[in-house]
Ligand binder design. Sequence first.
Ligand code: GLC
Ligand code: CA
Length: 552
Amino acid sequence: MNIEIERKWWKESVVYQIYPRSFYDSNGDGIGDLRGIIEKIDYIASLGVDVIWLNPVYKSPNDDNGYDISDYRDIMDEFGTMADWVELLDRVHQAGMKLIMDLVVNHTSDEHEWFIESRSSLDNEYRDYYIWRDGIDGNPPNDWLAHFSGSAWEFDEKTGQYFLHLFTRRQPDLNWENEKVRAGVHDIMKFWLEKGIDGFRIDTINMFSKVPGLPPVEAADGKLRWGGEFFMNGPRIHEFIHEMNEKVLAGYDVMTVGECPDVTPEMAIDYVGPERKELNMLFQFEHMSVDHPHEDKWDIRPFDLVRFKEIISKWQIELHGRGWNSNYLMNHDQPRSVSRFGDDGKYRVESAKMLLTFLMTLEGTTYIYQGEEIGMINSGLDRIEDYRDVEVLNHYKEAVRGGKDLEEVIESYMKMSRDNSRTPMQWSKEPNAGFSTVEPWIKPGVSWREINVENDLESPDSIIKFFRQLVKIRKENLTLIYGEFEQLMPDDQDLFIYRRFMDDEVYLSILNFSADNHDLTILPDHAQLLLGNYNDETEWLRPYEARIYRIR
Ligand code: GLC
Ligand code: CA
């Protein structure tokens, strides 16, 4: 077979993302941990996935659940010890899988020793590791907004200056202009690579380079905008990533995926084009904002399939042969995909399988998130006391101050908040969803008695078993991984149908994103059904039906 694109293990991989805090609690303190993951390795391997991506497990005061790191070379107390981590890595490798770690270096925790030093005095040798500025007439240095509410600047009494934090005030941004910072990051990366990991998911990577002078946004209409144009895809970003590749990554056979909100396919190619020697792939976000305006995730609109198809097709086509896609429908920052793009009621099982079929028949590396393989749905938590995410808690305070309709606000959390995907993995009907012997750090989603791994495996309609078949079909038919993509019927509001082709092979993926029956007129006579999410093959499509055909 002649593959015009270079074959790589990471292109052919299916990645399973684990949010350790919510995966499995081995020691009964209500918090998931590394030994819990070790206990579940056989389960993960049984899915057929190739790579595990761990959300941050480093030492952290947990202002943002581990995305605020106080020691990059040690393990978070609640998660276990370095010895546990080493055992985990060994066990993952023994099971024939690989392990990638989250690298969070746009910012550190305010408890990281660099920041403790930095804030201690104006002339401390670490002062310039972070972004410090004088205020202007008692106000912050500029009008940028933090992602999790309020100004992106925090005043520090001790030295009378402000420091920049694009996320919470306990996540000060590193100053990437300082080459000692970059060298420090490279050392952290080498520390883990030398331990034998297989790559990194790099957090908020396109925010490292800020526009010099940190210009204000000053929206003419007086409405505050967040300032993204001055810190996303900044002037030195490619230089920084290229340097990281040259000095660190080039020496290892590892994979990298960068988290990159606000990029177009053209911009993405600058990050992932093989000749650029930067990253292997990135997480773009365009399809994640089909149901809300770009800058306000709480202003929720109905899901528009035509727009969604347009975005997916654009990325598939424009990156083909020039870069590599990573395909996902959810992660720890997004609500549950079944609730968002499928049907979390009557057709939950069908739509969960349909969405997995979608992910597994696109060009690119597939990422699934814990619980996606059993069709877990949004949490259903309807009281603010049950939420844990700093984004929600900060937003709620603002909503109270702003006199918003709080019932509506909670409804929007029930649809879009990150806690929807952070509730415990639902293992069984045992108390606490079989996740822990005690009440967990966050309540299990209300559906746990019905939706859990045990029930799924016992069901004749098992989603897990269907997923295993998808993995097998994808691995056996390289066209599904590397082939070109072409959309049919782009204006259809319910169906997503596309061809995948390479050399003389052609496949057809037919996905019904609706609860209605549909005529199926475009199918050639000789089409051979490889897999479908209903037990038989009808001449029409049923609600949330998914089929993969081989045409040639
Ligand atoms: C990324 C992470 C998110 C975190 C943020 C700040 O977007 O995925 O969970 O809150 O970065 O580190
Ligand atoms: Ca625990």
